[in-house]
Design a protein around this ligand. Structure first.
Ligand code: ATP
Length: 525
């Protein structure tokens, strides 16, 4: 069994690379004072000699060196799969260099002239990262034997079970989802900001949580902020905190989101909704890695990783002048695009099974049966609201479950837009069963709308059962939309209360107010 590195009592070892002797000495002294062991180099070749002789915890390098670029060192460290965390020092105003370095795998960057307080903070977090105890390392061969996917093995090699659990919560083994998961596992280790893009309800927050859980910050807090939900006049206090008495009613010092997320991850959801004035303040906080709470004269350093998310096209927002270009570049160092549900229809059975299990567990209920018929009907539904819509449909189905089989309230959906009806009609229950990934790809790629001519659905083999099913769905929907008020539901369907009661009883529909309405204690009728 391997011993966690953190239990080895040796000072962390740092390599500093800068061609300016004065600066090199300044960095060396600063780090020595912090208790690190330090070696220094003035060029790429000299640095590499040190690296060949010793394993370091962190490497701090200038970008421009006499015989090459600091980037070469990062590339070589990555290529040789060495464990050193790299921090680059870039000239002020050359954000592209910093972005390039982060993309190449640098842990973090510092802008010159380097602020020594920041320097110490960044080095400390780089060293902490290499020394974080490895909970469980799964070798790729072992992982394959245990049918663990490569992205799970990658996550396991970084943080162990919390990373694996977070990736498992992201249900779906379709190609686009596997891509998302492997990207999460890859990018989680660094400090580079991540922008998660995708339509509403696709699981962007789950992705952000997985980035955090797979990172070395997983023991730190994950603070999620919905940027669109905070009144504009409160934004600054909410983000950066406020001192006692700094505004009316503030009777004590209050931390902001940045302080709350210290040593962890700050998730800025709906970042596209942040007003321009606040965008400038956020940019400053990210660049300076420090914030000043309202009413304070002091800046305080904050070690926070930023993950943001948006359903908007931020490029277009920049073009339209609604989003700052410099902030966009800052946040978008690494992008993770979460696919819409229509682009990964083969995940539907596994998603339904997982969502139903979760819904049942939350409600303390037995997991309801997921019939092939129910999956077939869901597959015909557009689900433009993505996983959230699917979750809501299943929630309703469970709430209205009469004990035998789940029934869906799908009325009003545009069936033709997603999957060819004939394709779905020809799917066998086995093909639709949860866990079956043998669904032919042709079935999951929607035909272009202009060419799409759905085949007529097959004739029902039992007309009465079919009509009963239709009637049942209409009644359930009317009841649901009327808040289970039978009088209102009956009025919407042009019938009397007696008639709807009769039909509810005939079709065995159970409502939250009672089994046939006669014994209802609810105020509805
Ligand atoms: N791949 C998935 N596996 C399991 N559940 C999922 C998946 N994707 C989304 N969900 C569930 O769907 C719901 C919506 O997900 P989430 O809030 O992460 O979406 P979002 O893209 O952040 O939405 P919005 O843009 O509206 O904020 C959540 O309850 C989440 O747990």
């Amino acid at each position: 069994m391997s011993t966690p590195l953190s239990s080895v009592p040796r000072p962390a070892q740092i390599l500093v690379i800068d061609d300016e002797p004065d600066l090199r000495t300044l960095y060396e002294l600063t780090l020595l004072r912090e208790g690190y062991r330090v070696e220094a180099a003035g060029s790429v070749s000299e640095a590499w000699q040190h690296l060949e002789a010793t394993r370091f915890d962190a490497v701090i390098t200038d970008m421009r060196l006499p015989d090459g670029q600091g980037m070469e060192i990062i590339h070589r460290i990555q290529k040789n799969q060495r464990s050193e965390r790299c921090v680059v020092m870039t000239a002020y105003g050359s954000a592209e260099n910093a972005v390039e370095a982060l993309k190449a795998g640098a842990f973090d960057y510092l802008t010159k002239p380097v602020d020594l307080k920041q320097f110490r903070a960044v080095v400390a977090s780089a060293v902490q990262a290499t020394r974080a105890p490895v909970v469980q390392v799964i070798k790729p061969e072992k992982a394959a034997a245990a049918s663990i996917t490569s992205e799970r093995a990658e996550a396991a090699s970084v943080t162990g079970s919390s990373g694996i659990a977070a990736l498992d919560r992201l249900v779906g083994e379709s190609d686009p989802m596997r891509l998302v998961k492997s990207r999460i596992a890859k990018v989680a280790r660094g400090m580079a900001p991540v922008l998660v893009r995708g339509e509403s309800g696709t699981g962007k927050e789950l992705v952000a949580r997985a980035v955090h859980a797979c990172s070395q910050r997983s023991d730190g807090p994950f603070v999620a902020v919905n940027c669109g939900a905070i009144p504009e006049n409160l934004l600054e206090a909410e983000f950066f905190g406020a001192k006692k008495g700094s505004y009316t009613g503030s009777s004590q010092d209050r931390d902001g989101y940045f302080q709350a997320a210290r040593s962890g991850t700050l998730f800025l959801d709906e970042i596209g909704d942040l007003p321009l004035a606040m965008q400038s303040k956020l940019l400053r906080a990210i660049q300076e890695r420090s914030v000043r709470s309202i009413g304070s004269t002091q800046e305080e350093a904050v070690d926070v990783r930023i993950v943001s998310a948006t359903h908007k096209d931020l490029h277009a927002e920049v073009q339209a002048g609604r989003f700052r270009q410099d902030l966009f570049y800052r946040l978008n160092v690494i992008e993770i695009a979460v696919p819409a549900l229509r682009d990964r229809r083969e995940d539907l059975p596994a998603l339904c099974a997982a969502l139903l299990a979760r819904i049942a567990q939350d409600g303390g209920l037995p997991v309801p049966h997921l019939s092939a018929e129910l999956l077939r009907r869901l597959a015909l539904h557009p689900l433009d609201g993505n996983v959230r819509e699917l979750e809501n449909l299943l929630h309703r189905a469970v709430a209205l479950n009469d004990g035998d089989e789940l029934h869906l309230d799908l009325m009003g959906g545009n069936v033709a837009t997603t999957m060819a009806a004939a394709d779905v009609a020809s799917m066998t229950p086995a093909q639709l069963a949860p866990g079956n990934d043998a669904v032919p790809p042709a079935m999951v790629v929607p035909a272009p709308v202009a060419e799409f001519k759905p085949a007529p659905p097959p004739l029902p083999s039992d007309l009465q059962a079919y009509l009963d099913q239709q009637e049942r769905e209409i009644l359930v929907r009317a009841l649901h939309e009327s808040g289970f008020n039978r009088t209102a539901a009956a009025a919407r369907l042009g019938m009397s209360l007696r008639q709807i009661r009769y039909r509810i009883a005939r079709l065995g529909i159970t409502t939250p107010n009672g089994d046939d309405g006669a014994s209802s204690s609810h105020v509805d009728d």
